[in-house]
Design a protein around this ligand. Structure first.
Ligand SMILES: Cc1ncc(COP(=O)(O)O)c(C=O)c1O
Length: 379
């Protein structure tokens, strides 16, 4: 078996993460909402311009909070792309929602806004969009349709922190947006996430849901003299030690994004002629979208070509990986009515997509080896 010498992802210490984590541990508060959590909250509120940011234990949990906040009940429908991670839909299904799977656009792999309106019914309770690879969905159209029907939008922005659409930060369009700080993301604390709240009417309840259904946050702000159980909720706030890890990464925002931008551009430049000669499609970033360089993917001409490409890279010790399988054709998706042919673009691209190594300390030497190995492949 070949040893993998260039993984698909590798978490890196990029700044003062270890100092800050030690500081949090020495400082007397390792539970949630300490000094570092507050620094992260303020950072997101200022740099993104959201009304409220709340760190969570994962993006999955921020999505679960969204479903609770929007009062999902059994039988309510949620429109989600089929081409996404399980949590995008599972968070709503946990509350009894029926998923309505939308297909994606072949050029960006984002929810196809031209097909959205046809999926809306009187039971549609929310539209969840995913900015795949951090490249924005067509938000003008999506928000116009959602607003016309009075349906809230949730942006699953797991990939898209610091991406923009027509100059506006992703995560600021929907009533709610969710972030991931899982190990594979541009900024990480191992496992973590955030809920971004743009609809001020949802802020108080979000704090309660995140704090086990209690009004503890109001108590700490001196707004009530004792705290008590006031609503449903769970424990969605991360330890301040994890917030300290995340803060160490966020402080290095410029360095991280500059490095990832360089890696992304080098793949794009060096693979272009090879891709054209081998019927490989490269990522498309439409005008008006600035992407945060979360991912570099290729669309191979066929499933066979992708399987052969992954094996070819692996023989040289390089891990390249595929991504989402169509959710409507998963066991759960089928049990909820999904059928072959429901989302043809998703069914096609999920067979052909492959992602190349991209991480915060990927060296130029290693990246050159990835590129040279890819260039030897013939589709
Ligand atoms: C689009 C999307 N949403 C949600 C998640 C879940 O993120 P987390 O692992 O932070 O729960 C992922 C995971 O990568 C994802 O790709």
């Amino acid at each position: 078996m070949t040893t993998i010498t260039i993984p698909f992802n590798r978490p890196a210490i990029v700044g003062r993460e270890l100092d800050y984590m030690a500081d949090a541990m020495r400082g007397g508060q390792t539970s949630g909402d300490g000094r570092y959590t507050k620094l992260c909250h303020a950072f997101f509120e200022t740099t993104l311009g959201v009304k409220k940011a709340l760190l969570t234990t994962s993006c999955t949990h921020a999505l679960e909070m969204s479903a609770l906040l929007l009062d999902f009940q059994s039988g309510d429908e949620v429109i989600v792309p089929s081409f996404t991670f399980v949590s995008t839909v599972n968070a709503f299904v946990l509350r009894g929602a029926q998923p309505v799977f939308a297909d994606v656009r072949p050029d960006t792999l984002n929810l196809d806004e031209t097909k959205l309106e046809a999926l809306i019914t009187p039971r549609t309770k929310a539209i969840v969009v995913v900015h795949y690879a951090g490249v924005a969905c067509e938000m003008d159209t999506i928000m116009r349709i959602a607003d016309a029907h009075g349906i809230p939008v949730v942006e699953d922005n797991a990939h898209g922190l610091f991406g923009t659409y027509k100059g506006r930060q992703l995560g600021t369009f929907g009533a709610l947006a969710t972030q991931s700080f899982h190990e594979t993301k541009n900024f990480t604390c191992g496992e973590g996430g955030a809920l971004l709240i743009n609809d001020p009417a949802l802020i108080d309840r979000a704090e309660i849901i995140r704090e086990k259904g209690t009004n503890r946050s109001r108590f700490f702000r001196g707004m009530v003299d004792k705290y008590t159980w006031v609503d449903v909720g769970s424990s969605y706030l991360p330890s301040d030690v994890l917030a300290a890890y995340l803060w160490g990464q966020l402080e290095q925002r410029e360095a991280i994004q500059t490095h990832r931008g360089r890696v992304w551009a080098m793949y794009d430049e060096c693979l272009a002629s090879w891709a054209a000669a081998n019927r490989v499609t490269m990522p498309n970033v439409p005008d008006g979208c600035e992407q945060p360089f979360h991912m570099y993917y290729l669309l191979m001409p066929s499933l066979e070509a992708r399987t052969a490409f992954i094996a070819h890279m692996k023989e040289q010790g390089i891990l390249s990986v595929f991504h989402y399988l169509p959710l409507h054709l998963s066991d759960m998706g089928k049990s909820m009515g999904g059928q072959v042919g429901d989302c043809p673009v998703t069914e096609d691209v999920s067979d052909r997509l492959v992602r190349l190594p991209l991480y915060n300390n990927l060296s130029e030497t290693d990246q050159t080896r990835v590129i040279e190995t890819a260039l030897m492949f013939r589709a």
